[in-house]
Design a protein around this ligand. Structure first.
Ligand SMILES: Nc1nc2c(ncn2[C@@H]2O[C@H](COP(=O)(O)OP(=O)(O)OP(=O)(O)O)[C@@H](O)[C@H]2O)c(=O)[nH]1
Ligand SMILES: [Mg+2]
Length: 417
């Protein structure tokens, strides 16, 4: 059940580097050959429109020759330029070259299950080319899974085009993927700023990679008793947390500590969950709890470092109820929490145990509304539209994206009403 990873743009490749560093150290990954070939090479393709960034991010990784694709120049944080390309002679063909390398990588799989794409919502390459690659993957491999692991920019001050870029790619992700694992740079930054004075992208990427590894790397629960890992984790995650195809946005929480009980870890995690909107407004009341907070549709709780196999018994003896309360699970899903365990914690740091939770939560609505409303205001004023029109995006394309994002918001609201 092999996966192929696709890293797009600077952010997708830099997070990819941190993710693969952890993955390459995981013995079960090597034994199972689902993310890594028997010859030790990664099942991954790396693309960026600028050669320098991707070359640097791929240093030290085990990437097959030809699987690093680069263009001649960046896409200027413009979705249109990333999606439609340079549209003139001297075009760098990164779309065709990437699709070709992905096809070859898929052909090397005994049994191809799906693709995991990492990229940003804001970069011209990550969002624009990322959208185009989603189209291509859905068209070429309609029966296989497609997961996007994407990063939302800080809400203030990154780029004047960031809400347009996010609006456009979110509409493509909704149409073409099975699941979108969305990480907010603001949240990662906030969490790390509580621990260190200055926060680098490297530190942020290690934190994001730990969370993604916590979900995707092999667990004992998903490994057959009689053999190595068959790499079911990403696809089982979709089944568990996205029971409704229209609601596919997932947030991952991860915590690792050395001297803390499972109950202690759960308590710390519950303090870090996005429960209310940023203004502290009452959001919804699900399942009769006495506290107003965001609700969740489906969750997977993964415990690593469970060497004495105590996690599952503790879950059945009351810990699961605490998770249900923290994540405010909807009453209509009879199995809102799945539990996976692994005896070792390969994600690290050394001698720690960890809990990771992938949660499909109503909290996405606030971000989507922000992107929608800020884009609407700019669109009404025709601000920056010429940058998109110039590279092949019409006003009708924007209206379509507004419609899709509005539908996502409505679908989430109705899942909780
Ligand atoms: N967490 C994290 N975010 C990043 C990183 N690099 C860039 N970003 C975010 O990604 C967005 C910019 O996207 P990039 O990935 O740099 O852009 P790109 O896909 O290379 O596209 P162009 O450079 O416009 O062609 C910004 O919102 C940054 O905050 C990174 O290493 N880690
Ligand atoms: Mg770039």
């Amino acid at each position: 059940m092999s996966a192929v990873f696709l890293h797009v743009g600077q952010c997708g490749n830099q997070i990819g580097k941190a993710f693969w560093k952890k993955t390459l150290q995981d013995k079960a990954v090597h034994d199972g050959h689902t993310f890594i070939h028997p010859d030790g090479k990664q099942r991954s393709v790396h693309v960026d429109s600028e050669p320098k960034v991707v070359q640097k991010a791929c240093k030290g990784l085990k990437i097959r020759d030809g699987n690093i694709v680069s263009g001649k120049r960046g896409r200027g944080t413009n979705w249109a330029l990333g999606y439609h390309g340079l549209m003139k002679s001297g075009e760098d063909h990164i779309l065709e070259d990437t699709a070709n390398q992905v096809r070859k990588e898929i052909e090397r799989c005994d049994m191809y299950s799906g693709c995991i794409m990492m990229h940003s919502l804001n970069g011209g390459t990550g969002s624009g080319l990322g959208s185009r690659l989603c189209d291509a993957m859905r068209e070429e491999y309609p029966m296989n899974h497609l997961i996007s692991c994407t990063v939302a920019p800080c809400l203030t001050g990154e780029s004047p085009l960031q809400n347009y870029n996010a609006l456009l790619i979110l509409s493509y992700l909704q149409r073409n993927t099975d699941c979108v694992v969305l990480t907010y740079n603001d949240d990662v930054l906030g969490k790390l700023q509580r621990k260190m004075e200055s926060v680098s992208f490297d530190a942020m990427n290690t934190s994001i990679a730990s969370a993604l590894g916590g979900v995707f790397l092999p667990t004992d629960t998903m490994t057959p008793k009689s053999g190595p890992s068959i790499g079911m984790e990403p696809w089982e995650m979709i089944r568990s947390v996205c029971p409704l195809p229209a609601n596919k946005f997932v947030q991952v929480y991860h915590i690792a500590k050395s001297k803390l009980s499972w109950v202690g870890l759960q308590k710390q995690m519950s303090q870090s969950i996005r429960r209310h909107d940023s203004k502290g407004h009452v959001v919804s009341l699900v399942s009769g709890l006495d506290e107003y907070q965001f609700g969740s549709i489906g969750n997977v709780v993964i415990a690593r470092g469970d060497s004495t196999e105590t996690f599952y018994p503790q879950m059945t003896q009351g810990l699961e109820k605490k998770f249900c309360k923290s994540f405010n699970t909807v009453s209509w899903n009879p199995f809102p929490i799945d539990i996976w365990t692994a005896k070792t914690n390969s994600i690290g740091p050394k001698d720690t145990v960890s809990i990771t939770v992938a949660s499909n939560s109503e909290s996405i609505v606030e971000y989507l509304e922000t992107v929608y409303e800020r884009s609407r205001v700019k669109f009404a004023a025709k601000a920056y539209l010429h940058w998109y029109n110039k590279y092949g995006v019409t006003n009708e394309n924007f209206e379509e994206a507004f419609d899709v994002v509005e539908d996502i918001i409505q679908n989430y609201k109705s899942a909780f009403s």
